[in-house]
Design a protein around this ligand. Structure first.
Ligand code: FAD
Length: 332
């Protein structure tokens, strides 16, 4: 493999309902730094139906070029179709680095692409850098239960690929009117050749606040005792107009879905206010919420490690304190 054939930093642009995902904008910010350090182009790769108009946003957030696949076959995300487009485009233009958001789509697509190419993938990255001379991507992520940061290198293959967590990179301030080069690609794929069919899209009827975009998160832990006890967390979150977060043990107990898990193997969040209620404060939880603006912990054990990580701590029983908070906030 001749590394000199590979040039440029790419960001896979995730979009839904014709809106670019915030993690993709953050990755354009991170990708811009890597591209500038290497003196190469930053490109977005955009796949979907009726998405070409999104190139405007992608340029304003820092891309020089956007590769666009805008075809009906890409209306809904399917691993098979998106993977084929990405593989074809990568083969043709040979980027040195490709970044994906560590979202359910990004993780699915990046791992599918990596298995079909002779290259590796660093998952769940939280820090990125590049060696100016060699172009070697330095992708770092917590390892060994969050006790160390491991920098993972892909020395033998190109492109180098990483999925990157939401909210750990910063989007650039958009430059209105900034433009770039659009390269339109088409793929000759027929619907009958695709094994996955989308039969129906079921939209959520209740509009819930997304955990990675919420200003206020009320997170609960095993200290809530049961599924019924955990409903107190939902009540406080609803009162405050916030999202519900959870520790891994709560997710494993089946009290809430994995999408709400905060921490090393869940979501990284940076809300303005984070309530940690009945959560002990294991390092794997802390790494996912430590950059929150204000952390308020409620725990009946005054020695609980969460009190080392919070700004305000209340030592006491959640079942006594949370109802008082709900009542007070409802009156405010
Ligand atoms: P516990 O540790 O059981 O803590 C419950 C707390 O509630 C205790 O501090 C207790 O004093 C308090 N309490 C009990 N009753 C009450 C009451 N009535 N009122 C107030 N307080 C009360 N964890 C995550 O959260 N996110 C992750 O992403 C994650 N990833 C992991 C990855 C790996 C590789 C590993 C090994 C572990 C990971 N974990 C993760 C698990 C983590 O180590 C802890 O086991 C988990 O966070 C503990 O959850 P908890 O705080 O809810 O439960």
């Amino acid at each position: 493999m001749d590394f000199r054939d590979y040039k440029g930093v790419w960001v896979f642009i995730e979009q839904k309902d014709e809106v670019v995902a915030s993690v993709s904008l953050e990755l354009l910010g991170a990708g811009r730094k890597l591209a500038d350090k290497r003196g190469v182009e930053l490109a977005g790769i955009l796949i979907g139906e009726n998405v070409k108009h999104l190139t405007k946003t992608i340029f304003e957030y820092g891309a020089d070029t956007v590769y666009v696949y805008d075809q009906p076959i890409f209306k809904h995300y399917r691993t098979e179709t998106y993977m084929k487009a990405l593989l074809e485009c990568t083969e043709k233009y040979k980027p040195e680095i490709i970044l994906f958001g560590a979202t359910s789509t990004g993780k699915d697509l990046a791992s599918a692409v990596a298995t079909d190419m002779p290259t590796g993938l660093t998952a769940d990255t939280t820090e990125l850098d590049v060696e100016e001379e060699t172009g070697l991507l330095l992708a770092s992520r917590p390892a060994f239960g969050g006790n160390i940061m491991a920098t993972i290198l892909c020395k033998k293959y190109r492109p180098q690929m990483a999925t990157v967590r939401s909210k750990v990179m910063k989007a650039l301030t958009p430059q209105t009117g900034r433009t770039g080069k659009i390269i339109e690609e088409t793929i000759s794929l027929k619907e009958e050749d695709i094994r996955t069919k989308v039969l129906e899209i079921v939209k959520e009827t209740v509009k819930k606040v997304r955990i990675d975009e919420a200003d206020i998160i009320v997170a609960g832990g095993k200290g809530l005792g049961s599924f019924e006890g955990f409903q107190l967390i939902h009540q406080l979150a609803e009162t405050l107009g916030g999202a519900v977060g959870a520790s891994r043990d709560v997710v494993e107990a089946g009290w809430i879905e994995h999408a709400h898990q905060v921490g090393q193997t869940g979501v990284t969040v940076t809300p303005k206010i984070y309530f940690a209620i009945g959560i002990s404060g294991a390092i794997q939880h802390i790494v996912g919420m430590k950059n929150s603006g204000l952390i308020i912990a409620i725990n009946k054990d005054k020695e609980a490690p969460i009190f080392q990580a919070c700004h305000f701590g209340i030592v006491g029983d959640a079942f006594e304190i949370v109802p008082i908070l709900i009542e007070q906030f409802q009156m405010a």
